[in-house]
Design a protein around this ligand. Structure first.
Ligand code: SAM
Length: 250
């Protein structure tokens, strides 16, 4: 379900941002500064293990880091490759699942990241723990894992919860509007995204894509990071657009 959702979303993903290019630069600058402060060298490598179409991958490449990018969505990886070529940037990019990270040699990464609420696509504590253990296995001793997530503990649970994005223009000047609808089911919610494009002649097309999230709390995630073996697990609230949890491999 998740791969299919992001496959279908990939051509539109940048339009969810008011200005994707400036989000890339500001997120890259914030993550880069954090990495430098934590002793991650520019030659990394940094694995972006839920890279999507590349917001953080491209941002970190712009900061001079060596980045390897993977994601469960083949459509997102294809879009990332197109963006890398367009921006004359270089990074290996391939399909891989956070739960296994089967293509990564043990102990090979200086840092692993999964940003913008990627881990809550894993629908149980067991799957999140499995993913965190995979990240741990990929890291060198003293390597860093960095995860950014929504703070679900701070969120009022309206049911349904309807969340519009602003009005955008696509590359052809067509109007584009995206709306999220959340429907809660215990600690999980179904998310539908309605993607409507109106062309100059007034013709409208709406695509509906569906996914599901587990509203895992940051406190629970922190506990799972410790269970996976990470030490010095810290929460950072003021460096990125979302809270960050960071931990180290021993
Ligand atoms: C909200 S998007 C964020 C993408 C990117 N980090 C960004 O900020 O543009 C969440 C990403 O997590 C990826 N994802 C979800 N579950 C995954 C899994 N099990 N393994 C790898 N990637 C996964 C999705 O395919 C999607 O690209």
């Amino acid at each position: 379900m998740t791969a299919n959702f992001y496959d279908e979303l990939a051509p539109y993903y940048h339009l969810l941002y008011g200005d994707w290019d400036s989000a890339i630069s500001s997120q890259g600058a914030a993550l880069g500064a954090l990495f430098i402060a934590q002793g991650v060298p520019l030659e990394g490598p940094v694995l972006d293990a839920a890279c999507g179409i590349g917001t953080q991958t491209i941002g970190l490449l712009r900061q001079g880091f060596r980045v390897i990018a993977s994601d469960i969505s083949p459509g997102a990886i294809d879009r990332l490759k197109t963006e890398l070529a367009r921006q004359t940037l270089e990074a290996d990019a391939y399909v891989d699942d956070l739960r296994t990270l089967a293509q990564v040699a043990p102990g090979s990464m200086a840092a692993v990241i999964a940003c913008d609420n990627s881990l809550p696509h894993l629908l149980s504590d067991d799957q999140i723990l499995q993913s965190l253990r995979s990240c741990y296995r990929c890291l060198r001793p003293n390597g860093i894992v960095l995860i950014s997530v929504r703070d679900y503990a701070e969120l009022e649970r309206k049911n349904p919860d309807v969340r519009p994005y602003g009005l955008r223009r696509d590359a052809n000047g067509n109007r584009f509007v995206a709306v999220q609808a959340w429907e809660w089911d215990g600690d999980q919610y179904d998310l539908r995204m309605y993607l409507t494009t109106e062309s100059a002649d007034g013709a409208c097309k709406t695509l509906v894509v569906r996914s599901r999230y587990y509203a895992v709390s940051i406190a629970r995630l922190r506990h799972l990071m410790v269970e996976a073996g990470f030490v010095n697990v810290e929460r950072h609230d003021d460096v990125f657009f979302q809270p960050i949890l960071m931990g180290r491999r021993k």
